[in-house]
Design a protein around this ligand. Structure first.
Ligand code: P6P
Length: 333
């Protein structure tokens, strides 16, 4: 049987079970082509003038890398003419990007972090693109930030690309998680994992330990127990991984289990957390839940949060079911 390309998978999903419409299929094809272009730009590294800072800050007040801006422009240019979107929003832009009047509009809203983990780009560590698809509410004349403020349960599609040793595209439409690998010779994505499942148990945790003194007591208790290993209440040793690229940590967890935590800490308490709800936490939470894992803030299910701001930040605890349940239980204690 010939390999199932992304194009074939999407056509069959549209034809067979109507999980997706022609416009949603087109949207995912366009985003996947943009991810290929980003992968090529990143792959040039020091051979082209794409590394280093862009000399500007984004809406988060973070220094933008040249590739942040390049990736954002690639996604905007790829999507604005297709007639499938009502608007786009990005970590790199304060306000939503409206579809120019010269192009038709569509029913979907696309929200993305064009280059997640970009602080790793100059040191050649995996980075990625995270995206989330919502429906634009009916009868909206003037599209503005408010149309995006929908809970994660409203997502019709979520996905992320990892630009690592291989370029991967992980996708869900709410009926399981698929992974596609970029075949660079043919230039197309090929289905390589048909139904990703997160093991309910794990011996691996991911957290930035340098923030330990700022964590709330439930997280300190949980991590202390992991560090105590066999000598402590967990009765087994644990391993730690922290790539500082959410896409890489989440893909590892989808593949072999684990728990990823960017909890509330006293440094970020005023902002509500470090990671952004609309284009990091929500798409990753949908994917993790679709793979049998859980995703909470420690106090509530991420997908149930009613957003109040486009660039809102939230604490994130996601991954293997039993571990996320334990951390969430400690927050209740
Ligand atoms: P820290 C990358 O900037 C990011 O948004 C996530 O991809 C990653 O998990 C986290 O921040 C890393 O944060 O504090 O370890 O640099």
């Amino acid at each position: 049987m010939p390999p199932v390309t992304l194009a074939r998978f999407l056509i069959e999903a549209e034809r067979n079970n109507h999980v997706i419409s022609a416009d949603l299929r087109f949207l995912v094809e366009v985003v996947s082509r943009a991810c290929k272009a980003i992968s090529i730009a990143i792959g040039k590294g020091g051979l082209a003038d794409v590394l280093g800072s862009a000399g500007s800050d984004n809406v988060q007040g973070e220094a933008q890398k040249k590739l942040d801006v390049i990736s954002n422009d690639i996604l905007l240019e790829a999507n604005e003419w297709g007639g499938h979107l009502a608007a786009m929003a990005s970590e790199e832009m304060e306000a939503p990007h409206l579809i120019p009047h010269r192009y038709p509009k569509g029913e979907f809203l696309l929200v993305f972090d064009p280059l997640d983990g970009s602080s790793n780009i100059d040191v050649n560590i995996s980075v990625g693109t995270i995206f989330s698809v919502l429906r634009c509410p009916e009868g909206v004349e003037a599209v503005d930030e408010k149309v995006f403020l929908q809970p994660g349960t409203q997502q019709v599609c979520a996905g992320f690309a990892v630009y690592g040793p291989t370029t991967l595209l992980v996708l869900t439409f709410g009926d399981g998680v698929k992974c596609f690998t970029l075949d660079r010779e043919f230039g197309h994505f090929v289905l390589t994992q048909d139904n990703m499942r997160i093991p309910e148990e794990t011996k691996e945790f991911a957290i930035n330990m340098s923030n330990a003194r700022f964590w709330e007591p439930p997280v300190q208790r949980y991590v202390d127990e992991l560090l105590a290993g066999k000598t402590g209440p967990r009765g087994q040793d644990f391993n730690m991984r922290w790539v500082a690229s959410m896409v890489a940590d989440v893909f590892r967890i989808l593949t072999r289990g684990g728990i990823f935590m960017y909890p509330l800490d006293s440094k970020m308490k005023d902002q509500g957390g470090k990671l952004r709800l609309m284009y990091e936490a929500n798409p990753m939470a949908m994917i993790v839940e679709q793979a049998g894992g859980l995703a909470t803030t420690g106090r509530e299910r991420i997908l149930d949060i009613q957003p109040t701001k486009l660039h809102q930040r939230v604490p994130v605890i996601l991954g293997s079911k039993h571990e996320v349940e334990r951390v969430t239980a400690y927050h209740r204690d």
